[in-house]
Design a protein around this ligand. Structure first.
Ligand code: DX5
Ligand code: ZN
Length: 232
């Protein structure tokens, strides 16, 4: 069982209908999600191109829950203030994409947002070694970043257990809480194992937006994700 009973669902709007984005984010909030996961891709750090601060600013008035901005861009420092100004609440980035990771993390917090690092499937945990006190979130990628709808990489479960142990030791030693988020291929049939391995925050894109909302589909998926995770 995870040492944290908290569970947050963060639908990734990458799989939403972009022509009706305001409506889509209102629908997922009404369906009971906890965060809006906002994937920013630059066709440089990752081979895809998505949305930026203008879109964040446009959806901000449509929801009251936090916006969780996942930066897949390189470099990161110039874009951080633009997202803080656009109403982001959490900003995470990949350490490979910043020349000065400690500085980027500090900048995010100074702008009033929660800060986090994103670890790709092949990124070692040593990137966390000297910045634990500057983190509000660790995001483990369970797919290679760049696209929605990929398959969950099973070795993420072992990595999750190791990060959970690090976070628990940090908190036990008097450190601040750090959320542990998983991103990629999260579905109703694997979320229980992911929760059991120690995640407390779950990104789900295609699993949520693949269900048509017309007949309350988002709410049904959100409830099945939540109950499956809670059964861990
Ligand atoms: C991938 C993105 C994910 C993606 C998840 O680079 O960071 O947030 O949208 O989509 P699913 O849940 O479909 O794997
Ligand atoms: Zn993401």
């Amino acid at each position: 069982m995870s040492s944290s009973p908290i569970l947050r669902l963060a639908p990734s709007i990458l799989s939403a209908d972009f022509s009706r984005l305001g409506e889509e984010v209102r629908a997922i909030e009404a369906a009971g999600c906890d965060l809006v996961h906002f994937d920013v891709m630059d066709n440089h750090y990752v081979p895809n191109l998505t949305i930026g601060p203008l879109v964040c600013e446009a959806i901000r008035p449509h929801v009251s829950i936090p916006i969780d901005v996942h930066l897949m861009v390189e470099p990161v420092d110039a874009i951080i203030p633009l997202f803080a100004k656009a109403g982001a609440n959490i900003i995470t980035f990949h350490p490979e994409a910043s020349k000065h990771v400690d500085r980027s993390l500090s900048m995010i917090r100074e702008l009033g947002c929660k800060a986090g690092l994103v670890l790709n499937p092949a990124t070692p945990l040593s990137v966390l070694d000297y910045v634990m006190d500057k983190l509000d979130m660790v995001l483990l990628m369970s797919v290679n970043p760049g696209f929605g709808g990929q398959k969950f990489i099973p070795s993420t479960l072992d990595k999750l257990r190791l990060v959970r142990a690090r976070i628990d030791a940090h908190v036990a030693a008097g450190g601040q809480p750090i959320w542990l988020e998983v991103d990629g291929g999260v579905k109703t049939d694997n979320i229980r194992d992911i929760a059991q391995a120690g995640a407390d925050t779950f990104v789900a894109g295609s699993a949520v937006f693949g269900a048509p909302d017309a007949d309350g589909g988002y709410k049904t998926v959100m409830q099945s994700l939540r109950s499956a995770a809670l059964s861990a």
